[in-house]
Design a protein around this ligand. Sequence first.
Ligand SMILES: NC(=O)c1ccc[n+]([C@@H]2O[C@H](COP(=O)([O-])OP(=O)(O)OC[C@H]3O[C@@H](n4cnc5c(N)ncnc54)[C@H](OP(=O)(O)O)[C@@H]3O)[C@@H](O)[C@H]2O)c1
Length: 294
Amino acid sequence: MKKVIVTGAAGMLGTDLCPLLSENGFKVYRTDLYAENQDFDILDVRAEDRVSDYIKEVKPELVIHLAAETDVDRCEKEAEHAFLTNTKGTENIALVCQSLDIPMVFISTGAVFDGKKEGGYTEEDMPRPLSVYGDSKLKAERIVQSVLSKYYIVRAGWMIGGHKKDKKFVWKIIQILKTKKEIAVVTDKFGSPTFTKDFSKGILDIVSTGQYGLYHCVNKGICNRFNIAEKIVEYLGRKDIVLKPVTSEVFPLPAPRGRSESLLNHKLSLMAMDNMRSWQEALKEYVEEGKEVA
Ligand SMILES: NC(=O)c1ccc[n+]([C@@H]2O[C@H](COP(=O)([O-])OP(=O)(O)OC[C@H]3O[C@@H](n4cnc5c(N)ncnc54)[C@H](OP(=O)(O)O)[C@@H]3O)[C@@H](O)[C@H]2O)c1
């Protein structure tokens, strides 16, 4: 049985990825800052020696590195913490993978771009991050590319998934709608929703090719935050909700966000491997599953 170490396994993505890896015959070593249950090992990716000892002890065939500080505004306010976790943490993993010749998967983000492009960004576009978070992830990408030849960097868009683990827009809107009937949502920020279940399958497909390199993997279509909120309301069947379109000036935030973080799965399309469904289909499934979650 192939052994795989997953860092940050308790987060939004790990919650869907780890069971899928098990179903596909991997022996999964789930690691995170805290052990949620006996299935987890504690592994702080900032702790260089512990990272090295752990990977050497397990001797996996693959490392999938998800661990990150994903709070974009916290990263902006605490840049040292962001670079230590997202950049140095990734370097710690990459160096051990290099010394043991283990392929590594690193998950990155559309926040590496400046958001000025009309339409989606492809793998060929030049990154230019605006935020500390985007910068810390881009620097991590560059380290992975320089240290390793056996790597998969997979960039995701606006992640949706994980329900109670979901710290992002969709789950926040679903929670707000439990108590409010009128909400303001921004129309001037664009992105590509990325359902963790679909993205997890995408990772597995990419890894199975053995074709190392940089990939974008998002659900199909580009939308703004308002479009997503409209669909959430529709899928919840909430005819009583009034959505008010506003610009992002109404919600000032510490971290700058570009106009667009939209991505296109250009490489996967060229390889005839773009199996990602539309963001609307993915969101519908997620919202409907969420009705069962208290
Ligand atoms: N969420 C998005 O919209 C999005 C979009 C594009 C790419 N990504 C990337 O996708 C990956 C997975 O993200 P996600 O959405 O699953 O985020 P998440 O829910 O925040 O999960 C990340 C996990 O990593 C843990 N972690 C934080 N610092 C760590 C450390 N020093 N050592 C070990 N674990 C640590 C977190 O623990 P705590 O919760 O206790 O901090 C959390 O359990 C990340 O690399 C992220 O940058 C995310």
